[in-house]
Design a protein around this ligand. Structure first.
Ligand code: PSV
Ligand code: MN
Length: 429
């Protein structure tokens, strides 16, 4: 697999390594004064990983247009190669989440080998019953797992079971189910019956889950159903996951909520119920904008991580969230966006590890709101850049991954090998 020449990474790192060691030492001293051991934080951050969505390495596009970039991946092997570059430089993305049928290929063992060669493994499998594929017998125009026609539901169930079968070949351990089913007009759909049909269909998928797999139910407030969506919020998702059983959990995509919804509170509720599957990280200003994680509201991301690290600290039962990115890159090179977004998520994890949990407990018990919130801000405002740089350097990545990526000329090189394809494979809608 043609990735970046390691000697280029080493040469780029050589220019910066001295400063990184100095800055790291300085940060360590500052944290020691706060009774925080930087080595402990570093070990935890080094173990943190967030999955790359295979569909994220292509230019996403909006409902209006897609403006493909140079060297767009042509198929899943190209996508894996791009993911390998992201991991090689950033060292925060050891896994890839595939979307079927966008990532269909003729030889899954070859794909698994390619992933291994690129230092990657497979995270959750994603099914797609929100769009019709060429040659598909029945249409999902009016829904899939909740369709009024049992034959359409059967087709959608079979597709999900096939995703599990593919995932087993690849070493995946989870299936993420997001459906666009819902209605665009009041009265169009019988709400309770549609939800019952969802339960009936997902029960059949759940029955096909291997014992060591999980099923992630992803909710979304709207789009493509703009009046009512069947699994529109964490409440519906939670009801369904509870009805299905312990292997079903609720996946939180940060963009899938109404503006200003308190997502960290939802996260806390799901943790308490042992039903937090994990995340699709991204950011937004207005809706499901799929902007780069932490690019608009980094403090909101921090507050989510504050709940996650608190749960880890308190050893909450059944707490084992899966972390994935889910973004649409329209104006950036997707590889650059994914490297920097993963680093942003990793940064936020590091910041949340700096919260003085004992002091926060004490402030909460004393009803000292200002001290409590100040403790969160102190952690959030700590510049952990040297720590992230050290983690990358120690793992063989690039101290400055974006600069190294640009210096490598990777994009120009793949542009020569990958002729421009009009339209290209599926992006995010
Ligand atoms: C839906 O908007 C979503 O967030 C789901 O995760 C899909 O699988 C993904 O985007 C890709 O379109
Ligand atoms: Mn998503």
């Amino acid at each position: 697999m043609k990735t970046i020449d390691p000697s280029l990474i080493a040469a780029q790192n050589d220019k910066l390594a001295r400063h990184v060691h100095h800055d790291y030492e300085h940060l360590g001293e500052q944290l020691a004064r706060r009774n925080i051991d930087i080595e402990t934080v570093r070990a935890r951050v080094a173990a943190f990983g967030v999955a790359i969505p295979s569909w994220g390495v292509g230019t996403g596009g909006t409902r209006f247009a897609r403006f493909p970039g140079q060297g767009e991946p042509r198929h899943v092997f190209d996508k894996l190669q791009d993911c390998a570059v992201i991991q090689q430089l950033g060292r925060a993305t050891p896994t890839v989440s595939l979307h079927i049928p966008w990532d269909r290929c003729s030889d899954w063992s070859e794909l698994r080998q390619a992933a291994e060669a690129g230092g990657l493994a497979f995270d959750a499998m994603n099914s797609n019953t929100f769009s019709d594929q060429p040659g598909q017998p029945l249409s999902y125009k009016f829904g899939s797992l909740t369709h009024v026609d049992a034959a359409v539901r059967e087709q959608a169930v079979a597709h999900n079971l096939e995703c599990i079968a593919i995932g087993r070949k690849l070493g995946s351990k989870a299936l993420t189910v997001w459906i666009g089913d819902g209605s665009n007009f009041p009265g169009q759909q019988h709400f309770r019956r549609a939800f019952d049909r969802y339960l009936d269909s997902t029960r059949q998928i759940y029955a096909g889950l291997p014992g060591d797999w999980r099923m992630f139910l992803e909710h979304k407030i709207c789009e493509p159903a703009f009046y009512a969506t069947v699994i529109q919020d964490w409440g519906s998702s939670f009801l369904a996951a509870s009805a299905l059983g312990p292997q079903a959990q609720c996946l939180v995509d940060l963009g899938h909520h109404a503006p200003n919804v308190n997502i960290e509170l939802i996260v806390a509720r799901l943790i308490a119920a042992g039903k937090l599957a994990g995340f699709h990280f991204n950011d937004s200003k207005y809706g499901d904008d799929d902007l780069d994680a932490g690019s608009v509201s980094p403090y909101r991301l921090f507050l989510v991580f504050n709940e996650l690290i608190a749960a880890e600290h308190e050893q909450a039962t059944g707490f084992d969230p899966a972390y994935m990115l889910d973004q649409s890159h329209n104006v950036t090179d997707p590889i650059e966006s994914l490297i920097s977004s993963a680093a942003q998520v990793q940064r936020t994890c590091a910041q949340a590890l700096l919260v003085d949990r004992a002091a926060l407990d004490a402030a909460q018990h004393a009803n000292d709101a200002l001290t409590a919130t100040g403790l969160l801000q102190k952690a959030f405002q700590t510049d952990v850049t040297p720590l992230l740089q050290r983690v990358r350097l120690d793992a063989g990545g690039a101290i400055d991954p974006i600069a190294t990526y640009r210096a490598s000329g990777y994009r120009q090189r793949v542009a020569e090998e990958r002729p421009a394809v009009k339209g290209g494979s599926g992006g995010i809608v």
